[in-house]
Write a protein that binds this ligand. Structure first.
Ligand code: WE7
Length: 158
């Protein structure tokens, strides 16, 4: 659970099998390489309960492996507690943003900053598109967007 002494970020997408596990794994590796991972609580979750318990999509795992990034994440749905325990909840598209704001409105004392991860992109690509019906190159694009955004987000919070 995210404690008050830690910085904390929860990455969120629709199913927590394509985009948000990539963002989580990329950010954890970046924080580890920067020697600051102990300062952070890092996790990812889904707006839906469709894939709860599932491993990340095989195409996402291939993409991460290509880049030397590891993950053993299993999908979970966002909980009410996430809105009070995480400082940041960073999501991928406008549909995620609507779902999260709707969920937050049902939580007493929701304090998380709910934002698009793409807000941090130095190349200003605000939306990280769902690659579910896409190809390996769509997963690669997700990876590159996550890489840029996570670097800028970590920098801002260092
Ligand atoms: C996705 C998905 C993604 C779409 N990961 N699924 Cl079949 C379905 C229905 C409700 C929730 C989820 Cl998670 C899923 C399976 C898992 N990234 N993207 N579905 C998707 C994309 C475009 C139009 C409609 C859907 C359901």
């Amino acid at each position: 659970m995210a404690g008050s002494n830690n910085k904390s970020v929860l990455f969120v997408c629709l199913g927590n099998i394509c985009r948000s596990p990539i963002a989580e794994a990329v950010f954890r590796k970046m924080a580890t390489d920067a020697g600051v991972v102990h300062e952070w609580v890092i996790d990812s979750g889904a707006t839906s309960d469709w894939n709860t318990g599932s491993s990340p999509d095989a195409r996402g795992l291939d993409c991460l492996r290509t880049h030397g990034v590891e993950t053993n994440h299993r999908a979970r749905q966002v909980t009410k507690n996430d809105f009070t325990s995480f400082e940041y909840i960073l999501c991928m598209d406008d549909s995620n943003l609507r779902d999260l704001k709707s969920k937050a409105s049902a939580v007493k004392n929701s304090s998380a900053k709910i934002e698009l991860l793409g807000l941090y992109d130095p190349q200003n690509q605000r939306i990280i598109e769902d690659p579910y019906y896409g190809s390996a190159s769509d997963f690669e694009k997700v990876y590159e967007q996550c890489e840029r955004c996570c670097r800028a987000f970590l920098e801002k919070n260092s």
